[in-house]
Ligand binder design. Structure first.
Ligand code: ATP
Ligand code: MG
Length: 174
């Protein structure tokens, strides 16, 4: 795989952050690489991509978080504990050096809610093995993370069917 891994952030309020990260995982898997995915705030188990990726031997996938939404103004103790658990899993997967790509899905949301410390995440990224590429997804990525990243893509919402009352569809939104 790549000799030097970089740090990528996919943020913004438009659709496509998680699916973009998964597209990258597929590209890398096609070259024989190994991928670790740690999901934050994703206790709900209905995502199609999770069911598919979990079955692949070259993929490690771990979900953390409650099944329900976090209340932005009042996260519950379990929200903090689950985000911490995710952070420890992320550290383990990154430092092992076994994975060419580590995707921290929705970690930006956990950071923006203050469930985990941005400083700790930045230190983790800094200390990673040189070949490990890390992708951090989710809305509202904090500025210090954007400053530290090698690549930042912001998905901008111009229109989304949800605004016309079209509910999340199986196979498309989840
Ligand atoms: P996807 O998982 O489809 O790549 P995403 O990761 O960019 O989207 P999130 O911000 O993680 O989206 O939002 C979680 C859920 O909300 C997903 O099911 C996603 O498809 C949907 N979604 C994304 N953007 C919007 C939007 N602007 N309005 C309504 N729903 C959205
Ligand atoms: Mg997402």
């Amino acid at each position: 795989m790549a000799a030097k891994g970089l740090v990528q952030v996919y943020t913004g309020d438009g659709k496509g952050k998680t699916t973009c990260a998964i597209g990258l995982a597929i590209r890398l898997l096609g070259h024989g690489g190994r991928v670790a995915i740690v999901q934050f705030l994703k206790g709900w188990e209905g995502y199609g991509e999770v069911a598919f990726l979990e079955a692949l031997p070259a993929v490690s996938l771990e979900r953390t978080g409650r099944a329900d939404f976090v209340r932005p103004r009042g996260p519950q103790p379990e929200d903090y504990a689950e985000a911490e658990r995710g952070l420890r899993l992320a550290e383990r997967r990154i430092t092992s050096g076994e994975y060419d790509l580590v995707i921290l899905d929705e970690i930006n949301v956990a950071l923006s809610y203050g469930l985990i410390s941005t400083r700790t995440v930045l230190d983790m990224l800094k200390g990673r093995p040189a070949h490990v590429e890390v992708v951090l997804t989710g809305r509202n990525a904090p500025d210090p993370l954007l400053d530290a990243a090698d690549l930042v893509t912001e998905m901008v919402n111009r229109r989304h069917p949800f605004e016309r009352g079209i509910k999340a569809r199986e196979g498309i939104e989840f």
